[in-house]
Design a protein around this ligand. Structure first.
Ligand code: AMP
Length: 274
């Protein structure tokens, strides 16, 4: 595996490798990230992964400084997953001192995580656009765990006519249903035990909505279920799967999305809803 830390190193690696499938990450890699690498590899192209903890997608109250970092462990995991190129740029490369351009996002970025974390999706879109410009991949792989992020990036790629195919990859879960996340490492033992209740509540709600139960009452019940498990639900919502607009009744395609605070950790999850 080639490890590139400068733009000349990256460009030389790109020349050598040919067409690329790309997996952007913030490191602290787990099986969810490696499923993206596997999906990219299965498509037959060489796989490039980036590790960059992007400061512009963290708010002032977020965990940028204490975000988990394990470069040596991450590189070993990428190598054994068959990655051909690891791109590890510094902040000065991604955000040069005289930089004056960024991506503005609206539409699917406005609600939910966008409302809870002002500036978050503008930071995500900007760094993803820069990474696409550097790596110039044919396809890029994103996890459905961050459903809204996939829609924001897909919208950006369509709007800006970027020549990259966005491929969503299903959420990888722990055996008890908890969606794998780098931030799960922050959970205390009792919190870790309680955490799968978010996914369970979504499964119950989607079952009831598909069975024809009233959406508002079902979502209210799901919030109660999550609160009973010791979490503070932020939102549990039925939305149009692409626009992320709230849906009062079942639309197609629909997604049930949720965020809840468990201790200091914000858990995200979502499931298809028809
Ligand atoms: P992150 O390092 O958290 O920015 O995530 C990098 C990529 O991995 C994003 O596309 C995430 O959606 C994806 N990802 C994170 N957790 C999972 C998971 N449990 N299953 C599938 N993809 C995931």
């Amino acid at each position: 595996m080639i490890i590139a830390r400068t733009l000349p190193e990256l460009n030389a690696a790109r020349e050598a490798l040919g067409p690329l499938g790309f997996v952007p990450t913030m490191g602290a890699l787990h099986q969810g990230h490696l499923a993206l690498v596997a999906a990219a590899g299965a498509a037959g192209k060489a796989v490039a992964a980036s590790i960059f903890v992007n400061p512009t997608q963290f708010g002032p109250k977020d965990d940028f400084a204490r975000y988990p970092r394990d470069e040596a462990g991450d590189l070993a995991k990428l190598e054994s997953a068959g990655c051909a190129l690891a791109w590890l740029p510094g902040v000065d490369i991604m955000y040069p001192p005289h930089g004056a351009s960024s991506i503005h996002v609206a539409g699917p970025a406005l609600h939910w995580e966008g409302a809870a974390r002002p500036g978050h999706f503008a930071g995500v879109a900007t760094v993803v656009a820069k990474l696409f410009g550097q790596i110039r991949p044919e396809a890029a792989y994103f996890g459905e765990k961050d459903w809204q992020q996939v829609q924001v990036v897909s919208r950006m790629v369509a709007d800006l006519h970027l020549p990259v195919c966005i491929v969503p990859v299903p959420t990888v879960r722990e055996p008890d249903g908890l969606a794998m996340s780098s931030r799960n490492a922050y959970l205390t033992a009792p919190e870790r035990k309680a955490a799968p209740a978010l996914h369970t509540a979504l499964q119950h709600a989607v079952r009831d909505i598909i069975a024809g139960k009233e959406v508002a009452a079902t979502l209210h019940h799901a919030r109660q279920e999550v609160a009973l498990a010791g979490m503070v639900p932020d939102y549990i919502a039925l939305v149009h799967a692409e626009t992320l607009e709230p849906a009062a009744a079942l639309v197609r395609p629909a997604r049930l999305i949720a965020a809840a605070k468990l201790g200091h950790v914000r858990l995200l999850d979502n499931v298809p809803a028809g």
